[in-house]
Design a protein around this ligand. Sequence first.
Ligand SMILES: [Zn+2]
Length: 480
Amino acid sequence: MNYETVIGLEVHLQLNTVTKVFCGCSTKFGQKPNSQTCPVCLGLPGSLPVLNETAFLFGIKVALALNCGIQSLIKFDRKNYYYPDLPKNYQISQYDMPLAYNGFVDIPANLTGLPKRIRILRVHLEEDAGKLIHPEREGHSLVDLNRTGIPLLEIVTEPDMNSPQEAYDYLTRLKSILEYLKVSDCDMEKGSLRCDANISIRPSGESKLGTKIELKNMNTFKGVKSSLEYEVKRQATVIDGGEKLFQETRLWDADKMITLSMRSKEEATDYRYFPEPDLVPFSVDKAFIEKIRQRLPELPEAKIRRFMKDYGLSEYDSNVLAGQSEIAEYFERCAQVYENRKAIANWITGDIMAYLKTQGASPADLGVSPESLAALLKMIDKGAISGKMAKEILSEAIETKMAPEKIIADKGLSQISDSGKLEEIVMQVISKNERSVKDYRSGKKNALGYLVGQIMKETKGAANPEIVNRILEKALEARQ
Ligand SMILES: [Zn+2]
C-alpha cells in the first residue's frame, strides 16, 4: 500500500543567557556538578522565582522571527511530575497561554525542490531540568543540578512535514534563524538544541491521522532524518503485515540505526497544570514588542534574496552562504574588497566550508581573513599565481595560521609569466618529446595536453598555463 507520512517536531532550545531563568545562578557549561545551584533552582521552601528579563526578551525575539503572534498576558504554570532530576517536583512552564502562537517557517524551494510553509503551533518559555548520569557498570546514578533552571524555549510545529527530508530542512532553516538571533549556541552535542519528533503514516488519500509514535534521543539533524526514515519503513511493514501500531515513545539508537520501544503511551500523562502562584502574570506593551521587532537582525530569507539581487549569485549559492550567519558575514566582508562575487562564493562554498565542516570550526578559527582571501583571488586574476597554487597557499595558511601574503613572500612563490623564460622551457620540452610532437602534428590534438603537463612538471606547477598554451601552440604550428 502507498502511505503518506505526517511529521511534527518539537525543539527545546537552551537560551544563552548569563544566568538562569528564575534565579541568579550561572548557566556556564561544563562546570563542577552541583556548583551552580541556589535555594531557588533547588526548590527549597520559602524561595521565590524572579523572571530573567533577557530570557523573556530572547523568547520574544524568536517568536517574532518565527512570525508568531505574541500573548498579551504572560502567565506561567506549574507542570507537576516526580523525577530525580527535578528537585521541586514541578517545572515552571507555560500551559494554556504560551508566550507565542501561530507562526511559520518557510523552507526554501532550493532545499526540498518545492517551497513549503511549516506552521508553528506554539513557542513557550520554561525551565530546564537537571541531568542524570548513569556510570557504566556501577550500581548507582548521579544527579547534577547545574542545568536545573536554565531557560528553555520550546518550539512546536503543526504536523506539516511529509517526509524526513522536509523535517531535516525545517530544522536546518530553524537553526539558521536562531543563530542569526544569537539567542543560543544551538549545539546539539552539548544539548542546547534538542529535538523530538512525532511521526505517523496513513494510507494515501486518507484524512484521519494514523497512530502517532514519538521519537526521542536524536543527537544530530542527520539522526533525526535517519530515525524518521527508519520509522516510515517500520510502520509500513507493521501495517502491511496486518498488525496494529500502538501509541508509544521510541528511542533512536544511532549505532544500530534503529528505533527501540521505550514506553507505551496509552493515556496522556496528567501533569495537573495550574497557574504558578509565585510569578504574577503581566501584560506586554505593544510598543515594546514593536521595538524588539525593529531591532531584529536581517534574517536568512531576506539575506538570501539580497545576495541574489546585490551580488548576482544563484539561489543555491545564496542559500549556502546565508545559511550560517558567520559565513554570510565572511562573504560580505570579502565582497566589499573584491568584485568577482561568484569567485568568492566558489572558494567559500568549496575549499573553505569543506575545511570548516571537517574541523567543526567557525570562520573565526580560520586564520585567513576575508581580506586575505580577496588578496589571494586578486593575485590569481593578475596571473601572479595559478588557481592551483592559490588552493595550496590557502590550505597552508589555514593550517599554519600564517597570512597567505606572507607565505607567498617567504617561499618566493609566484607564477612564471615571463614569456622569455617560458619559451625556453617549451623548446626544451618539445625537443625531448619528439613522439608527442609528431602525434600532435599528425592530428592527434590531445598530445598537447601531455606536453603542457611536461612543462608544468618542469616548472613545478608554477608556469602560467595560458601563456604556456599560447607559446606551445605557436611553436608546434610554426615548425611544420
Ligand atoms: Zn539558582
